[in-house]
Ligand binder design. Structure first.
Ligand code: NAD
Ligand code: MG
Length: 393
């Protein structure tokens, strides 16, 4: 593998750190770090930048700029603060960019990375949900390669034979089912933020952990898959698979299925994207199928997990609906995490916001450009804030 210049957007997060872990373990000279970004964790970011000899680092929060400058004093690492600084990092020439900012906040810098033609490792599913068409078009125009990092999409990317597209019947995303997989609706109504973020198989950031508990994560992933693989949502199935070993499957018309398996450790799909089209050694625990002895699968329960149906409806409605779906979920998850609403209120707020968005026309806006998407996102947040207010406990 020839030396590769890399930038990591969201370097201090769960995916960002896993990426840096692989880069630091790789043979000397394999990767050259260009830029790292974070929201407000200035000291952590500076430490990572010093360790990896990055050239530039940026924090999105303007108030964290002073702390970043201080932490980088005496080094030659350039730094800046504010959302534009994060976009500047994304614009710097790099062969490969990891898009691992959480939420729609990652949309502008990730789009910059795509436009500069880098291979973009896509973890930031929310950006793709809000603006999938925009990203796919920008990638085509810039000749940028999008490499799926989400474990399910990375698995499907490996099993999806583009030459045989006509022979593909459907793809299947697996879901762990989250911590409440076998809880009753009554129990789920009482679930605390601490219980919701305690994921049984994956270790992840807080927002995606709550999304796994509601299965909004799988809803976002259905939409993500439709964009990445150019499929209608009816060709994207979901199976609950609590062991999180089989990450995704592609079913062909001849009855065969191809799947990718591995331990639930994000470093495997990240390494796949980092080295693509080559492969990279990782310290990930080897899969021992004999010891596991059994793998189980079940259909998701649409009553306790309405998120999947909401996502499918939002994707089919198209236009502004997926961006409202995502924005409302971000607002509702934040409100749940700070104790304002209950666990089941998250899906209810998303559903209310989609309905209100349909009624007042926000959902029927065709967000063809970047500004239009950001505008629908803002309106979606406003609708969701109203929905949250009505449910505050
Ligand atoms: P995290 O919360 O651990 O980290 C998020 C990163 O984004 C941090 O570096 C943070 O500083 C940065 N950030 C947050 N708000 C920002 C803002 N407004 N502007 C700029 N930067 C900001 O999240 P994570 O678990 O690493 O997830 C990152 C993305 O990857 C999400 O979209 C998530 O859905 C996706 N993903 C994560 C996993 C996982 O295992 N953690 C798996 C699949 C997909
Ligand atoms: Mg996933």
């Amino acid at each position: 593998m020839s030396a590769r210049t890399v930038t990591i957007l969201g370097a201090t997060g769960s995916v960002g750190r896993a990426t840096l872990d692989l880069i630091e373990r790789a043979p000397d000279g394999a990767f050259d770090v260009v830029a790292l970004t974070a929201n407000s964790q200035a000291e952590d970011l500076a430490q990572l930048a010093i360790r990896t000899r990055a050239k530039f680092c940026a924090v999105a929060d303007p108030e964290a700029g002073g702390a970043l400058d201080t932490a980088l004093q005496g080094t030659s690492i350039r730094s800046a603060a504010g959302p534009d600084a994060v976009c500047e990092a994304a614009r710097m020439s790099a062969d490969w960019v990891m898009a691992a900012i959480v939420g729609a906040a990652g949309l502008p810098p990730t789009l910059e990375a795509v436009r500069q033609g880098a291979a973009v490792a896509f973890a930031n599913k929310e950006a793709l949900v809000c603006a999938g068409d925009l990203f796919m078009t920008a990638a085509r125009e810039a000749g940028a390669r999008l490499l799926p990092v989400d474990s399910e999409h990375n698995a499907i990317f490996q099993a999806f034979d583009e030459q045989q597209r006509a022979g593909i019947r459907q793809i299947i995303l697996t879901a762990s089912g989250g911590p409440f997989r076998d809880w009753s609706l009554e129990q789920m109504g009482q679930a605390s933020p601490a219980q919701a973020v305690a994921h049984p198989t994956w270790s992840m950031g807080a927002k995606i952990s709550v999304d796994s508990a509601t299965m909004m994560n799988k809803g976002l992933e259905i939409i993500e898959a439709c964009h990445l693989f150019g499929l209608p949502q009816t060709d994207v199935d979901v199976l609950v698979h609590p062991e999180s070993i089989v990450h995704g499957l592609v079913e062909y018309v001849d009855g065969g299925m191809l799947a990718q398996l591995g331990m639930p450790d994000m470093r495997t799909p990240i390494a796949h994207a980092l080295a693509w089209p080559d492969r990279l050694e990782t310290p990930v625990e080897r899969l021992d199928l004999a010891r596991l002895s059994q793998l189980t699968f079940e259909a998701p329960d649409p009553v306790r997990f309405p998120a999947l149906g909401l996502a499918r409806a939002a994707f089919d409605a198209g236009r502004g609906a997926p961006a409202i779906f995502n924005a409302a979920n971000e607002v509702a998850v934040a409100a749940f995490l700070n104790g304002q609403i209950g666990f089941l209120d998250i899906a209810a707020c998303v559903s209310d916001s989609l309905e209100r968005g349909e009624a007042d026309g926000v959902a029927s806006v065709q967000p063809s450009g970047f500004e239009a998407v950001l505008d629908v996102d803002r309106q979606g947040r406003r609708l969701a804030m109203d929905a949250v207010k009505q449910r505050v406990r």
